[in-house]
Design a protein around this ligand. Structure first.
Ligand code: FES
Ligand code: FES
Length: 159
């Protein structure tokens, strides 16, 4: 079936079977391998993407469910020239990246949070990433990176 949607700010139409997951559509049909497969049963958040601004697990979403909607993957949040955005830079700056496998989902969880709550508490940050598992970092540095980005963006918006 033909699936039409907005992917990383561009309109796309792709011919794909109706019974595949969004994760498979992204990785195998569209070549966007930044979205990772971890558990494939909705428990790790490695496959998280933003659908209409909300975080969803692409392993639990059927591909046709994105029809007519706006999807953003990790490939869609970098700066226009391809450099990492401010949140990604802060992940690097605060040592929030080790093996990296959870990071696309973590960054999108952070972006989805900052979209609906530009000035979150640390507890709200922890809650926002609670569906994303990281086996490496202990989470502290990830919370630090999201918190620093919120502060930078708020300061920038005021100036
Ligand atoms: S791969 Fe989707 S939640 Fe783990
Ligand atoms: S950095 Fe390795 S799983 Fe999070």
């Amino acid at each position: 079936m033909l699936i039409n949607f907005t992917l990383n700010h561009k309109s796309v139409t792709i011919d794909a079977p109706p019974d595949i997951t969004l994760l498979t559509l992204l990785r195998d049909y569209l070549g966007l391998t930044g979205t990772k497969e971890g558990c494939a049963i909705g428990e790790c958040g490695a496959c998280a993407v933003m659908l209409d601004g909300r975080l969803v697990n692409s392993c639990l979403t059927l591909a046709p469910q994105v029809s007519g909607r706006e999807l953003v993957t990790i490939e869609g949040i970098s700066q226009p020239d391809g450099r990492p955005n401010d949140l990604q830079e802060n992940f690097i700056e605060y040592g929030a990246v080790q093996c990296g496998y959870c990071i696309p989902g973590m960054v999108l969880a952070g972006e989805a949070l900052l979209k609906r709550n530009p000035n979150p508490t640390r507890q709200q940050i922890r809650r926002a990433i609670s569906g994303n598992l990281c086996r490496c970092t202990g989470y502290q540095q990830i919370v630090d990176a999201i918190e620093a980005t919120a502060k930078d963006r708020t300061a920038h918006a005021k100036s």
